[in-house]
Design a protein around this ligand. Sequence first.
Ligand code: ATR
Length: 280
Amino acid sequence: MKKWYAVIGDPISHSLSPQMHSKWFEALNMNATYIPIHVPKEQLHQSINALRLLGVSGWNVTIPHKETIIPLLDRLSESAKWMGAVNTVVVEKDGTLTGHNTDGEGFVSSLEEMVGHHLKELQVLIIGAGGAARGIAFSLKAAGYESISFTNRTLTTAEKLVKEVGGYKALTIQSAEESLNDFQLIIQTTPLGMKSAENILPISLDLLNPSAIVADIVYNPLLTPFLLQAEKKGAKIVNGLGMFVHQGALSFKMWTTEQPDTEQTVEELTRILGGPYVNR
Ligand code: ATR
């Protein structure tokens, strides 16, 4: 029988996940499909019951349900527990629901696919201290990255995250700007730079080390004002599309055990989003 998968969220119509997963099923000759489902906040519980009843094999979770879905699931993976958020649900053979989170690991896989595996000794600065920053920090730590600092508009949130992750530093925006030259990998995790968000930089890049790698988790637009500025200063830039594709590939692998072609997908979605030179 044909299997089916889904992504639930609100809004959902702009999600690229259905296109990406459907292509992977097709490329791997699998008898399965993946659909977007619009689920407003107040219908989350009912929707999960409906998904179960209708025999879904697994689904992705996006804004605004990543945290609120947790009490509605039977079990959580270690990564979902750490992050306090779920982006992937696996329906087990006995029908129970396990929540996972592939966002942070997706970021690390994408970074290493694009710029190599020899990055663990780099001094890392994460800008932002929300759910995305938490996921990335835990995954970097699990992958062996030794030095991670956080900077955030609200310092206390960064300090809280430092306590949770353990052993790293929280900096004010000003002290991060002043010591920016010390960092070789800078990761932007705030919504600034998204199409709908304000067009300002989260921190000034005046003192950016020209040999730094600068990553942004935003992928629409592909080139945020932050990345454009970093590129002008000579840095190597990494947009958020790879993270999006890799988090999806990790979900796909959990559901099917198959590994989709992530490099080809990044190329295809880059074209769909306007090409690598958009905004330049
Ligand atoms: P997510 O779960 O997607 O990471 P979040 O938990 O709302 O989203 O976190 C958003 C992050 O972006 C936070 O670090 C937030 O800073 P605060 O802790 O000070 O709220 C940061 N952020 C959001 N809007 C911002 C803005 N306009 N300027 C600077 N930082 C911003």
